[in-house]
Design a protein around this ligand. Sequence first.
Ligand SMILES: [Zn+2]
Length: 134
Amino acid sequence: MEGKTLTPPNPFAVLIDPSPDNGPAVVLVLPRLGVEDVAEAVDAVLAAEPDVRAIDLVVGGDPVGRTTRRHLGGARRHTGVGDGATLPGYTAKYRIIVLRCAEPECDKEIRRIHIDEDQLPACTAGHHSGWTAR
Ligand SMILES: [Zn+2]
């Protein structure tokens, strides 16, 4: 496989697609969590945003890799037929917050589960203008 190699061991390896597309992905920035909680947050994004196909995970400030809807088989607890009803067994443990770069010309976004200004990374375009909730 081409590209950057993660330094093993990667505790999130089970979530990471070994051969992800290089297409668009959303960025999910999480505090340092265990793999189960990271999986819950990934599920929350996949369940809430049907158009999201790939998620670049940043955990505790470290990029840990890309997970994809294909790799995970969709949101694990969102197995209904998409009728908009609240599905049994799906608990929204994490509410996803979408933040957009505050730089006027920039459309970069990150997704988070909490507002925690101290841990917000710079925009991937290099801006340091901060983030505003979408
Ligand atoms: Zn930006």
